[in-house]
Write a protein that binds this ligand. Structure first.
Ligand code: SDX
Length: 435
């Protein structure tokens, strides 16, 4: 809410430059609204990486990085992970409140009956090499969804936006599973409407047409929780990408594709795959100190993957829940002596006692344990980021929906601090010299 308070900017002669509104939200840091800064002063604000910039108003997710708090629509992630299903959380993120049983049953029915892909979409897979990274395939096939479903693309219709959300939530697991099957040369599995959302995904991903897939309830619950933990996270890089793409009025499936592209990077959603590769490279507890030393060495590009976060300067609450899920799954599988998990626990313990990590407030993030759990569930490491995308899709489409329905929404168009050449004239090529 706007309060009357203004911030004044004075120059070195203490003369007033401008007055900017001070705005407070329901919780968390307040903001100075700088929309009028350029008009009043001819100045831009510079903030590469947006470390101090709020890009929008949002009611969806709140993070307190200092306290390690994460709320989806006001509900603590710990309670949602404990008491809700992923589809309940999808309803919460998209509609703003937890569903009644009838509302949840309706959502489940809608998602269940939208899991199939248009048959022509299966042709997109065969254009890829079998060893193509699944994220490359996901980009292509999810992007191709924008060439279908023209029956409901009026982005200013809430019903059409809700149907887009249903289609995204329902079809992305099918695409992820098909990407995996294609990479290992096995036939695609059709969705089965008698299975739950996660059971169906596991059947499409890990089942085969020659036998009946029997889902393990502990694994199903673990994967359902992993999807909840990845569902949303405020204005992270990929969500901001979806918002920026959507601000031009672009097709929602194309906007989600832009989020997938951004998530792929190892600094973001690609970190879970990078963590597993790092643990495999470290190999043994005896090597941990060498890698900790490398992570602290400014001249070494190596970073401790799965550690650190732009917002969390305390434990990422998702990492704690992921570690607990790891214990559960490995115990269920009789893998409590899993060497990678033991190595990860040891690495976490050593890093958290090291001054470098303590002083820079680097804690394990959501990606540190997720790879170990996913590997234990039988999912290969090159599919880890695709799994992250499967969970995050509801966050992306919820932020897209919030942005499109905001009457104050306008196209995102940042400016810059120009540091290049000032005016100069073109010279004849014969007169040019090597610079
Ligand atoms: C996700 O934004 C989100 O919400 C993302 C996410 C979500 O749910 O959407 O939470 C998901 O992306 C989690 C993060 C996954 N990425 C990784 O685990 C990769 C490893 N972590 C880092 O690359 C890094 O910590 C980031 C990218 C996560 C955060 O980077 P910042 O906020 O830009 O911080 P920085 O790079 O400026 O680092 C600050 C300092 C630097 O040292 P100085 O230059 O100050 O001396 O901390 C150091 C960095 O060198 N540092 C690390 C480190 N992370 C930061 N040093 C060693 N190992 C690391 N992992």
């Amino acid at each position: 809410m706007n309060t009357e308070r203004n911030y004044t900017l004075n120059d070195e002669n203490a003369s007033l430059i401008c007055k900017l509104p001070f705005i407070s939200g329901s919780v968390g840091p307040n903001v100075i609204d700088i929309q009028a800064l350029y008009k009043q002063t001819g100045l831009f604000a510079l903030d590469p990486g947006f470390t101090s910039t709020a890009s929008c108003r949002s009611k969806i997710t709140y993070i307190d990085g200092e306290a390690g708090i994460l709320l989806y629509r006001g509900y603590p992630i710990e309670q949602l992970a404990e008491h809700c299903s992923f589809l309940e959380v999808c309803y919460l993120l998209m509609q703003g409140n937890l569903p009644t049983q009838d509302q949840l049953d309706q959502l489940i029915n809608q998602v269940t009956h939208h899991t199939l892909l248009h048959d022509q979409l299966t042709n997109f897979f065969s254009g890829f090499r079998r060893d193509a990274h699944p994220m490359a395939i996901m980009l292509a096939v999810v992007g191709a969804l924008s060439a279908f479903y023209h029956d409901a693309l009026d982005i200013h219709s809430k019903d059409d936006r809700d149907l887009c959300a249903i289609r995204i939530i329902a079809k992305i697991p099918t695409i992820v599973a098909m990407s995996y099957k294609y990479s290992i040369g096995l036939p695609f599995m059709f969705p089965k409407n008698n299975l739950s959302y996660v059971e169906n995904f596991m059947c499409m991903m890990l089942g085969n047409p020659c036998e009946t897939f029997i889902p393990n309830p502990v694994m199903v619950r673990a994967l359902d929780r992993i999807l909840i933990l990845h569902a949303d996270h405020e204005q992270n890089a990929s969500t901001s990408t979806v918002r920026l793409a959507g601000s031009s009025g672009a097709n929602p499936y194309a906007c989600i594709t832009s989020g997938i592209a951004c998530l792929w990077g190892p600094a973001h959603g690609g970190a879970n795959e990078a963590v597993l590769n790092m643990l495999m490279e470290i190999g043994d507890v005896s090597n941990i100190n060498h890698y900790i030393k490398r992570a602290k060495d400014k001249n070494d590009p190596f970073r401790l993957m799965g550690f650190g976060h732009r917002v969390y300067k305390n434990h990422d609450p998702r990492a704690k829940l992921m570690r607990a899920t790891c214990h559960e799954v490995l115990d269920e599988l009789g893998l409590h002596d899993d060497p990678l998990f033991k190595l990860a626990l040891k690495l976490e313990g050593i890093a958290l006692e090291d001054d470098y990590f303590i002083n820079k407030k680097l804690y394990p993030n959501v990606d540190f344990y997720s790879g170990i759990v996913l590997k234990a569930l039988g999912i290969p490491s090159n599919m880890f980021t695709a799994m992250f995308a499967m969970g995050r899709s509801i966050g992306w489409i919820s932020h897209w929906d919030e942005m499109i329905s905001d009457p104050a929404q306008k196209i995102g168009r940042p400016r810059q601090l120009y540091t290049g050449e000032t005016h100069r004239d073109v010279t004849k090529i014969t007169d040019r010299i090597v610079k």
